[in-house]
Ligand binder design. Structure first.
Ligand code: C5P
Length: 224
């Protein structure tokens, strides 16, 4: 029997990462941050001097890069290790995010990451967040959530997040970046950002994390 999966898809800054971590922690399930995998391909490419046009080499990186996700403290972000280096913070930069969105448009890169993502599905269950978790990677998931929020609200959240991490940020730049990332993610030919037909859509623009968590867990209970 395969382990149950809850998928949480949505645009950047919708809060899906935070919610996914909270749900996984609450249920004591595994967590997959699939966006981190695309960010890691982008970072690995830059480390190895692989061009973002070189689809074949990018696929080889996607399949073979040495990645570890370490949960030492469930309250803290998962530690991400790429080829022995701690890159938890490095993969969160705007540059890496933009490059991740570029490599994510390449079918071979997506195919190269598929097995890695399926490997996260282990007992007692998995919470997976990303763009295509409910549509492509885990189409048979027990519960699918599509979490969204207005561009303005998402830019505000990113701004606060970056400030808290002591990184510099500019609100107008963030808005523009979010908008262009949305367009890139929604309009690509493979695995575009769309809610699965059977996903519950939650608009978190006027909700805090606890409210989103409660609504999601209500859906989970109704599903049994
Ligand atoms: O969610 P995050 O901002 O970390 O994702 C970085 C980029 O990776 C996204 O802009 C998107 O292009 C890509 N991505 C994807 N499919 C996923 C997760 C992320 O295409 N399942």
């Amino acid at each position: 029997a395969t382990a149950p999966v809850i998928t949480i898809d949505g645009p950047g800054g919708s809060g899906k990462g935070t919610i996914a971590q909270k749900v996984a922690q609450f249920l004591n399930w595994h967590l997959l941050d699939s966006g981190a995998l695309y960010r890691l391909v982008a970072l690995a490419a830059s480390n190895h001097g692989v061009s973002l046009d070189n689809e074949q080499s990018l696929q080889i990186l996607a399949e073979n890069m040495d990645v570890q996700f370490l949960v030492d403290d469930p309250e803290q972000p998962i530690r991400v290790i790429l080829e022995g280096d701690v890159v938890t913070r490095d993969i969160r930069s705007e540059d890496v995010g933009r490059d991740a969105s570029k490599v994510a448009a390449l079918p071979s890169v997506r195919a190269g990451l598929l097995q890695r993502q399926h490997d996260f599905r282990e007992a007692p269950g998995l919470v997976a967040d990303g763009r295509d978790m409910g549509t492509v990677v885990f189409p048979d998931a027990e519960l699918k959530i599509f979490l969204t929020a207005s561009v303005d609200e998402r830019a505000q959240r990113r701004f606060k997040q970056l400030q808290e991490k002591g990184m510099s940020a500019n609100l107008a730049d963030l808005q523009a970046a979010i908008q262009s990332r949305d367009e890139q993610d929604m309009n690509r030919a493979v695995a575009p950002l769309v809610p699965a037909d059977d996903a519950f859509v939650i608009d978190s623009t006027d909700m805090n994390i606890d409210e989103v968590f409660t609504e999601l867990m209500n859906h989970a209970r109704q599903k049994g």
